[in-house]
Design a protein around this ligand. Sequence first.
Ligand SMILES: C[S@@+](CC[C@H](N)C(=O)[O-])C[C@H]1O[C@@H](n2cnc3c(N)ncnc32)[C@H](O)[C@@H]1O
Length: 402
Amino acid sequence: MFSPAAEQVDRASLLIKDLSSLQTSLLETGDSTRQEMIAKARALISTLEAPMESILWMGWAEPARTATIRISIDIGLFEKLAADDGKAKNSQQLADATKTDSALIGRMLKHLASMFIIRETLQDTYAPTPLSNALTDQIFYDGVIFTFDAQLPSHARLPAYLRSTNHIIPTDGSVFKYSHKSELGIFEWIAADPRMQTAFQNHMAGYSMGRPHWMDDGFYPVTERLRGVGEGEVLIVDVGGATGHDLAEFHDKAPTISGRLILQDQAQAISSIREGDRPGIECTVHDFFTPQPVRGAKAYYMHSVLHDWSDDNARKILTQLKEALKPGHSKILINENVVSDQDADWKITSLDWTMMVCLGSCERTETQWRDLVVSVGLKISGIWKGEGATESLIEIVLADDA
Ligand SMILES: C[S@@+](CC[C@H](N)C(=O)[O-])C[C@H]1O[C@@H](n2cnc3c(N)ncnc32)[C@H](O)[C@@H]1O
């Protein structure tokens, strides 16, 4: 039997005390209290867990959870569970509804319930949860499809890849090619599969949902920093903006700011936008490694773009934008993570590793951002971060601008 050491018990008591005092303000305060409670609850589990329990959680429970969720999406299990207003169902009913082997379904349901994805209300009787209901929405289940099919194999094969290179840090997409046994880098691999293209775009849109955004009140002073744009002039060019979800949000949240909104991405992303889906936005095809066709816009915006690329490639992208900047008027806005020097957030550190295995790129610290920007004759004029936000907004201007 595992007995926690005295200091683990003390730490656990402190965490429980913190949790109970936070709980009293959960309903009144913003999202930050909820996030703090989750962080403390996770710390509590890792304080109390025995080493072997941690190993089995990582090695058995989590991989089986992810796989059973991925299979559930394939067979439409969560939709069937949510049917009839979420009335509880047994494994045979769910096997019939999904036309799946009842032995397989029975074992899936047991693990999904043990991992809190669904609820076991009675023996062999299951009901949905808010999470399993969310997984009936394509924005969310495409996130599982994309992370499972595109990214997870590269994490799984990374140790073997690194052994084969004497643990030299990857700086290109080799890990992805190695793990997928493919000649294609991740973006070509996505482009070659229309289902994966849709999953990727939905995952990008879902990743942005429900989080503080730079155009929200109290984040970036939009009206003050983006003023001076006449009717007919370009306000924002969203470079590598996928299907335009950020610009659409900007259009909804800041409808009174004048100026054109232009979306740029590769042909496969732009052609997937349906007629009428993006009112007020000009959707165009542009390769950001080639000269920027829109000159003198107020802002060239990039969200989760530069973290896909090594410093050399990021310099090429920034240089194309620099050539298009109008002195004293234009700026580049980068919406990305700035990795904290201490106590970095798991969402950022895990994305950093995901970038490494998919593209050989990284999430950058403030020093790395400054070095990158200065190296192409630009300067950072400010970094903004809203309360509870993970990502920052980095504003960049020409080095000679005031
Ligand atoms: C990580 S996604 C970010 C998308 C979007 N900005 C967002 O935050 O949801 C990177 C985007 O860069 C686009 N992209 C990749 N290579 C590109 C290129 N050479 N020119 C233009 N866009 C490119 C991809 O199609 C994708 O939409």
